[in-house]
Design a protein around this ligand. Structure first.
Ligand code: ZN
Length: 399
């Protein structure tokens, strides 16, 4: 990687991030495309430097998920897409889930979020919770901090984004102390990292069993709710709706968001799609997959910060995290009979110990896929995730 190229990427992506924020505010995609073109060109130069004549997209992907290729991800997504689309159609055709409405004071949301963070093993002696516009986690070893956000009309956003970030933070906090401050002392890849946040947030905390416990705590904190009981609350927590914004998507639509981005960015980096054609490609694909029409760039290809700052190859790691979480969840359930009884009393500790011993403590010891296969004893496959989604939504929506 030539030094002057690295310096130029740092300079241009820094400029591009500011211009992206402005372009998104002003819905000015045309004004942003020139600088985005510079970012794409620089990252393609980097990919050529790193790939030694190999696939440019794979070279970038390797920075986030070592050992995996774009072709493998394309094949994985091709297998996932029909079942997710079919399940989505079925759920969208069923009676919609109830919505949680009302006013939920900020201080009570934060108090309940901290209680749940502790229940999910977050060590506040080696971390802290603050507020930010976009929730994130940062740090490693003995200083792992998270942020959350509060909307007084939507307590689920605060609670579930907190649990998500606790999954990331728990991974870092639970790595073997002997690896601290060494190359092994951090999460092994973005995909494995996301598997921890997703399994905490979705397979554990959005399970009907845990929702039943959470319903009781919600009533304790906020008084009577707009939903009629624990079953309705679980349906509200697992509501499915087509929406434009990836970060607000449910478990079904989320993967469709990622597949769209992966196909477009891979074609772009490989030179099969021109930047000028990207918006039309995005909007066509979005209409086909989501059934709604993008009306503004901020609903479409300007919504995410990733491309403006040059993170090509990053998006698929989110869905990989879902796939890995599906594998881990199937293995964990087989090893831990009666787990729903624990979750129904607000206690995920047996599941957390399983994840800590199987995945988290090992940090960067094994390559990403080996990390998952070591924990589960089986090859990585999309089947457990799809089976889990079909079973959960069929039960919740009476399919
Ligand atoms: Zn995450």
């Amino acid at each position: 990687m030539p030094g002057d190229l690295a310096a130029e990427i740092a300079r241009v992506t820094s400029v591009a991030q500011g211009k992206w924020a402005q372009a998104r505010r002003e819905e000015d995609l045309a004004g942003f495309l020139p600088v985005l073109g510079q970012v794409v060109d620089l990252r393609r130069q980097e990919a050529q430097a790193l790939s030694g004549g190999g696939d440019a997209y794979d070279a970038l992907l390797d920075g986030y998920e070592p050992g995996l290729t774009g072709a493998e991800i394309a094949a994985l997504f091709d297998r996932m897409r029909p079942r997710i689309r079919a399940l989505r159609e079925a759920v969208m055709g069923a009676a919609p889930a109830p919505r949680l409405t009302g006013h939920f004071p900020k201080a009570r949301q934060l108090a309940l979020a901290e209680e749940i963070a502790r229940a999910f093993g977050y060590d506040l002696d080696r971390g802290r919770i603050d507020e930010a516009v976009h929730p994130f986690s940062s740090g490693s070893f003995n200083d792992v901090r998270i942020t959350t956000r509060v909307d007084e009309t939507d307590p689920l956003g605060c609670l579930y984004s907190t649990i998500h970030e606790v999954g990331h933070a728990g991974y870092e906090q639970n790595i073997d102390q002997a690896y601290g401050l060494t190359a092994l002392g951090q999460g092994v890849s973005m995909g494995v990292h996301e598997s921890q946040s997703r399994i905490y947030e979705n397979q554990l905390a959005r399970s009907p069993a845990f929702c039943a416990w959470l319903y009781g705590r919600m009533v304790d904190h906020f008084g009577p709710l707009s939903v009629s009981g624990p079953e309705d609350f679980a349906r509200a927590v697992n509501g499915v709706a087509a929406g434009y914004i990836r970060t607000e998507a449910d478990e079904l639509h989320y993967n469709l968001h990622i597949m769209l981005r992966f196909d477009l960015e891979r074609a772009l980096i490989r030179g099969d799609l021109a930047l000028a054609e990207m918006e039309a490609a995005w909007n066509d694909r979005f209409a086909a997959d989501f059934g709604i029409t993008v009306a503004r760039p901020s609903q479409g290809m300007l919504q995410d910060v990733h491309w403006p700052v040059g993170l090509f190859g990053y998006f698929p790691t989110y869905s990989l995290g879902n796939v890995y979480a599906g594998c881990l969840h199937a293995a964990l359930r087989a090893d831990l009979p009666g787990l729903d009884d624990d979750l129904a009393s607000g206690d995920p500790s047996r599941a957390l110990a399983w994840l800590r011993d199987g995945v988290q403590t090992h940090g960067g010891l094994r390559p990403p896929r080996d990390t998952i296969e070591h924990a589960t004893g089986s090859p990585v496959s999309e089947a457990p995730l799809l089976d889990y989604l079909e079973a959960k939504y069929s039960a919740l929506y009476g399919l």
